[in-house]
Design a protein around this ligand. Structure first.
Ligand code: NI
Ligand code: MN
Length: 226
């Protein structure tokens, strides 16, 4: 499956002939000016929580593409009321569902969640995606948490973890998280977008390497084969 990075925590997985777009925050991101939001035509948009740096472009991209949104049930209600978006699959923490590209499990994240207008956004979430015989974990915005140990026996192939610190776990806690989830192939997200989450990429890469981990930090617009 193909991973393409769009900055902050936004990325696309192309799998089983479908395009899954995660946490679209692109047009307000000064670092992502090379990405044209109107060129994105996903089949699904998966949302981890309601913060602007995860859903700023969700409504535009959903209207352009007709994509089905996958999110926590509370955000399903908000999208219907506030954006007239009804092609939404609501889930909640711990639940999984079979879609036409594979299975999605919604898992817990330790963070906060509110909608752009300040209204209730339910709990923040992460996802495990089961597709093409592979398992990929997207942690969403989260602190390091013992709940991650629940994934230890999943045999995850890849994990997409926030590493920028301040609003989420930073690199050191993300390295601890790799032990909790038992996964060595990591893609870092949620860094560099704003001053408090700027990282020294070579230092962070070196830390992961010393811990025996494969950390990938593709450029915005760059792709990886998972
Ligand atoms: Ni957030
Ligand atoms: Mn965030």
């Amino acid at each position: 499956m193909k991973y393409t990075y769009y900055g902050q925590s936004s990325f696309e997985l192309e799998t089983g002939g479908k395009k899954l777009l995660f946490d679209p925050f692109i047009s307000p991101n000064e670092l992502a000016k090379n990405i044209d939001v109107n060129s994105l035509k996903p089949d699904y948009i998966l949302l981890s929580h309601g913060h602007g740096d995860h859903m700023a472009d969700l409504v535009t991209i959903q209207k352009n593409s007709g994509a089905k949104v996958i999110c926590i049930y509370d955000i399903l209600v908000w999208l219907g009321k506030n954006a007239g978006i009804t092609n939404v699959h609501g889930m909640n923490i711990g639940g999984s569902f079979n879609f036409d590209f594979g299975r999605v499990k919604m898992v817990s994240a330790i963070h906060s969640s509110s909608m752009p207008d300040g209204s209730y956004g339910g709990n923040p979430a992460g996802y495990v995606i089961y597709t093409e015989g592979k398992k990929v974990y997207f942690a969403g915005d989260t602190a390091l948490t013992y709940d991650m140990k629940l994934l230890a026996d999943e045999n995850l192939d890849w994990a997409i973890l926030p590493i920028g610190d301040n609003f989420t776990m930073g690199a050191d806690d993300a390295i601890k998280a790799t032990g909790f989830i038992n996964c060595k192939n990591i893609i870092g997200v949620h860094y560099d977008t704003f001053p408090p989450i700027r990282i020294n990429k070579s230092e962070v890469t070196e830390k992961f390497k010393k811990a025996g981990l494969n950390l990938q930090l593709p450029p915005i617009g760059g792709s990886l084969e998972l």
